[in-house]
Design a protein around this ligand. Structure first.
Ligand code: NAD
Length: 480
């Protein structure tokens, strides 16, 4: 059985505990590799390695840092097929999606921030003929990057790249549910010539290694993406330690479909918004509000498209809808479908576990599920399900749609479908979210601020926001 290894001080090593967690392929339900269960001892070794190279890396020229990072991005591209297959096996996502989205974005993230590092500049503030202030932006030092399972390599690189590009040394922890591509990535780091200790990757559970990382006194900043409950826990345990925190958390995103939208295009895109990656994207639109005059027409076209999604083996290039990430997660999602019915919802399509034939007969597949007839306040419409389940509801007035959209504790993203320009601006301004898409969904420019409000998080990633998060500003005031 393949054993995944930690990456500490440039070396691939076992965890000191000698303990392993089982890594399951969600499409088959079989254990296919072992994950080192790291602990504080491994963390201390990683922190020591990071500390030893911290000054050198901070003083490495911007060009040199960018050169190494671009080499890493090139290596991801050169190994894209292998990485996409590994992601599909580890996560259950369709391989075509893994290649086009996950792996494509992983190298794009690194290349983007390699260049951002060479172009990042700080401000100066002149005080007439009295004085000049300039802002130094130094790397923070040792920072932590903790990522979830839904986009394993994509979100891992999204954090690591700006941290490294701005001169920090990094302790990174991928999700223990999907560790494989982070492991393959550590091998690419060795190949790219990333100096030992600059990046250290520790595998294992949140309890055994995530917790110690967040409270380690030498780690001065934490960039975390994951569930809101974990984010709240990290805020609590680090309170009083004065660490910089960036928290990208859960979502329960609204999709607002107005009667004047381009119906066919909207249906196609709203299906993607609800079900891409088996609905396991923090940005997925799981509450779909449709203006009443087109409700029935939209519903018919939407259900037809959802029924046509090809469920199957993630390794089949034709598959559009793969397995959910784990048995526990599948059961959680199925329990919400059960709850939705108890809450008065009607299942329009889906609603059950999907059983595949052959290799994937024990896989954790769930039929894409559409529910109608639910009240906005019910748990199905309030809590993050994070699976292939959406709820459709009619509305009559724009103001009502905005209220419904804003009526949860979350505020990550929204999409609005309309051809009325004024309405598009009005609604975008009124929605409580960090990201609003008009007539599109998941269209990403890496320079834009990314993150949420309310229980969806604190802080922003992307572009300058990330470069600022990973640097400490210092004002120098010089009197003339
Ligand atoms: P999770 O919170 O369970 O785990 C995320 C990471 O935190 C994992 O690496 C985990 O091991 C680690 N962790 C767990 N407990 C920890 C602790 N006590 N201390 C430190 N680290 C700990 O989340 P998940 O189930 O992996 O991911 C799904 C969630 O992530 C969903 O809620 C989803 O909306 C959210 N998400 C948000 C974004 C975003 O950008 N806002 C993007 C993707 C996913």
């Amino acid at each position: 059985m393949q054993k995944i290894e930690n990456y500490i001080n440039g070396q691939l090593v076992a965890a000191t505990s000698g303990e392993y967690l089982e890594n399951v392929e969600p499409a088959t339900g079989k254990v296919y590799s072992l994950i080192p269960e790291s602990n504080s001892e491994d963390l201390d070794a990683a922190v020591a390695a990071a500390e030893a190279i911290q000054t050198d890396w901070a003083n490495t020229s911007l060009e040199k840092r960018a050169e190494i990072l671009c080499r890493l991005a090139d290596l991801i591209d050169a190994n894209a097929d292998e990485l996409a297959e590994a992601e599909a096996i580890d996560n259950g996502k369709a391989i075509s999606f893994a290649k086009a989205v996950d792996i494509y974005r992983s190298s794009a993230n690194i290349r983007f921030f390699a260049h951002a590092g060479t172009q990042f500049a700080s401000e100066s503030h002149a005080m007439g003929n009295l004085a000049i202030n300039y802002t130094l932006r130094d790397p923070i030092g040792i920072v932590a990057c903790i990522s979830p399972w839904n986009f394993p390599l994509y979100l891992f690189t999204w954090k690591i790249a700006p941290a490294l590009a701005s001169g920090n040394v990094v302790i990174a922890k991928p999700s223990e549910v999907t560790p494989m591509t982070a492991y393959l990535f550590s091998k690419l780091c060795v190949e790219a010539g990333l100096p030992a200790g600059v990046l250290n990757i520790l595998h294992g559970s949140g309890q055994s290694i995530g917790g110690p990382i967040t409270t380690h006194p030498k780690i001065k900043a934490i960039s975390f993406t994951g569930g809101s409950a974990t984010g709240a826990h990290i805020s609590k345990v680090t309170a009083g330690m004065f660490k910089k925190l960036s928290l990208e958390l859960g979502g329960k995103n609204p999709t607002l479909v107005f009667a004047d939208c381009d119906l066919e295009e909207t249906v196609n895109e709203v299906v993607k918004a609800a079900f891409s990656n088996q609905g396991q994207i923090c940005l997925c639109g799981s509450r779909i509000y449709i203006e009443r005059p087109i409700y029935e027409q939209f519903k018919t076209a939407f259900i037809a498209k959802v029924k046509a999604l090809r469920i199957g083996d993630p390794l089949d290039p034709k598959t559009q809808h793969g397995a959910t990430v784990s048995e526990a997660h599948m059961n959680k999602v199925l329990s919400y479908i059960e709850l939705a019915q108890q809450e008065g919802g009607t299942i329009l399509t889906g609603g059950k576990r999907h059983i595949e034939n052959g290799r994937c007969q024990n896989g954790y597949f769930i039929e894409p599920t559409v529910i109608e007839g639910l009240d906005n306040q019910c748990r199905t419409n309030q809590e993050e399900i994070f699976g292939p389940v959406c709820s459709i509801m009619p509305f009559d007035k724009e103001q009502e749609a905005i209220q419904l959209a804003n009526g949860t504790e979350y505020g990550l993203a929204a999409s609005v479908w309309t051809n009325d320009l004024k309405r598009a601006h009005r609604v975008a301004k009124s929605i409580e979210a960090g990201i609003v898409w008009i007539n599109c969904w998941l269209l990403r420019d890496l320079r834009t601020p990314f993150g949420g409000v309310k229980s969806s998080g604190v802080g922003r990633e992307g572009g300058l926001e990330a470069m600022r998060f990973f640097t400490e500003p210092k004002n120098v005031c010089i009197k003339y």
